[in-house]
Design a protein around this ligand. Structure first.
Ligand code: FAD
Length: 446
């Protein structure tokens, strides 16, 4: 065998698995058809968060007046932002290459296919034998099958637009649609967010979802539920026909309506590797497919599509195959943040999940105007919420809608992982004055 471990896909999960395996003494190679770092670095978390930061200046400038600042002639230049973002992404591509190199991992910068239980074939025609293969090929955005869909863009393209649209329609109320609605709105684009369901961000805490939608509307983002695009008419401005018979126009239409796993042209069907209806690779608890030597992690298995989960899964596979201390990720306690305006973050069970699992629970909840808004006329408020199991007093879920919710939630997730009870929260001194102190000041269940 030429390699102990051959990884297809140099994104979050693949690079982490490759480096971990190499550190444990395995001979490892990675094939990557695009830029290193995958979705997260190139068209996901990283560029998205940079754009989110850019969009925050809008609110900061608006609120600054209340604190005595007059800022004349503030202007925003989209090409500068995109150019600087591209420079940062290129830097990270280089960091990934260096990390692989330093770990002694061989990089094949080309497309790869599985051609046997222990064989990978590269686009250049080279065939490579290996003991284990990891499929970490991620996913890609899809568009709905409607007339004129080709005139719309998806998130991959939104990061590279030549100009900022004056008006945009975003179809899809999942986290990508919601975050981009916040980005474009914050950068001064008239933004219409359409969602076909009855609430944004399905799967998140219902209370928080409703509260966030209200906060977004208060800021001037036009959020319409039960609404989807049925056709796009090309032209200098695009025309979007809606399912309710109405029509809208915009300079750009962005579909954030779903993603599909990258399993085409991978040779999986020929090997009889089981796929779901959606094309995701089916794996067992050890991330192994129905062929013993072939494993898969990250977005391509369509479990929880987040970078930290791909990292945890990649680490686990490498440690199980080449080490002796695998720590399976905890799918019940996945802290997460929607980088919407304002942020919405959560860790643990939602109220609905907890009830569905027959937990007898108390809810602690507060909405309030944080001090940072007190000298401006913004109508925005924060929400914090705890789901607590009555008998054990364990905190099962923590939720927040408000500034920096993601930063705050990370620490709360550690407390929950350590088994924190409501009493632990109550006995923790607050840091005053902060938004986060509200989590240790919730006295009565609602
Ligand atoms: P990827 O990172 O997608 O890597 C797969 C790699 O495989 C790609 O580089 C691809 O080119 C390569 N590849 C595919 N097929 C082949 C082949 N046959 N041969 C060779 N190479 C191949 N997650 C968060 O945690 N926080 C966020 O804020 C966040 N924001 C996001 C925003 C957006 C707009 C998007 C789209 C995603 C976001 N995510 C976020 C999700 C996160 O990016 C993914 O969960 C993560 O990147 C998945 O890692 P992966 O290793 O499974 O796949």
């Amino acid at each position: 065998m030429q390699y102990d471990f051959f990884v297809i896909g140099g994104g979050s999960g693949g690079v982490r698995a490759a480096r971990t395996a190499a550190k444990l003494g395995a001979k490892v190679a990675v094939a990557e058809a695009g830029p290193l770092g995958g979705t997260c670095v190139n068209v996901g978390c990283v560029p998205k968060k940079l754009l989110v930061y850019a969009s925050h200046y809008h609110d900061a400038l608006a609120q600054a007046a209340g604190f005595g600042w007059t800022i004349d002639n503030a202007r925003f230049d989209w090409p500068t932002l995109i150019q600087n973002k591209n420079t940062e992404v290129s830097r990270l591509n280089g960091v990934y290459e260096t990390m692989l190199d330093q770990a002694g991992v061989t990089l094949y910068p080309e497309h790869a296919q599985v051609s046997g239980a222990n064989t990978v074939t590269l686009a250049s025609g080279k065939s490579i034998d290996c003991k284990h293969i990891l499929i970490a090929t991620g996913g890609q955005p899809t568009k709905p099958d409607i007339p004129g869909a080709e005139h719309g863009i998806v998130s991959d393209q939104a990061f590279f637009l030549d100009q900022l649209p004056r008006r945009i329609i975003i179809a899809g109320g999942g986290y990508i649609g919601v975050e981009f609605a916040g980005i474009f709105h914050g950068l001064g684009v008239e933004t219409l967010l359409l969602h076909r369901g009855d609430g944004l961000l399905r799967g998140f805490d219902d209370d928080c979802r409703r509260f966030l939608a209200e906060q977004m509307q208060l800021q001037g983002i036009d959020v319409r539920l039960h609404t989807e695009i049925t056709a796009i008419q090309p032209g200098q401005t695009l025309g979007a026909a809606l399912n309710n018979g109405q029509a809208e126009t915009a300079d750009s239409v962005m579909f954030a309506t779903g993603r599909k796993p990258n399993t085409d042209n991978l040779g999986l069907e020929a090997l009889g590797i089981e796929l779901t209806d959606k094309g995701a690779v089916v794996v067992n608890d050890h991330y192994t497919t129905n062929v013993d030597s072939i494993h898969a992690v990250g977005d391509v298995i369509d479990r929880i599509m987040l970078t930290p989960m791909a990292l945890a899964e990649g680490t686990l596979v490498a440690e199980r195959l080449f080490g002796n201390n695998p720590q399976p990720p905890d799918y019940d306690l996945v802290p997460t943040c929607i980088f919407s305006p304002p942020n919405m973050a959560s860790a643990g069970l939602t109220e609905a999940d907890a009830r569905q699992r027959d937990h007898d629970i108390d809810i602690y909840r507060s909405t309030f105007k944080p001090m940072q808004y007190s000298l401006s006329d913004t109508p925005l408020r924060c929400l914090v919420k705890l789901v607590v199991e009555k008998k054990s007093q364990r905190v099962l879920g923590t939720f927040m809608v408000g500034p920096e919710a993601g930063e705050i939630m990370q620490g709360l997730a550690i407390a929950m992982r350590a088994g924190a009870t409501k009493k632990d929260f109550d006995q923790t001194l607050g840091i005053h004055p902060t938004i986060a102190e509200e989590f240790v000041s919730l006295r009565e269940p609602v």
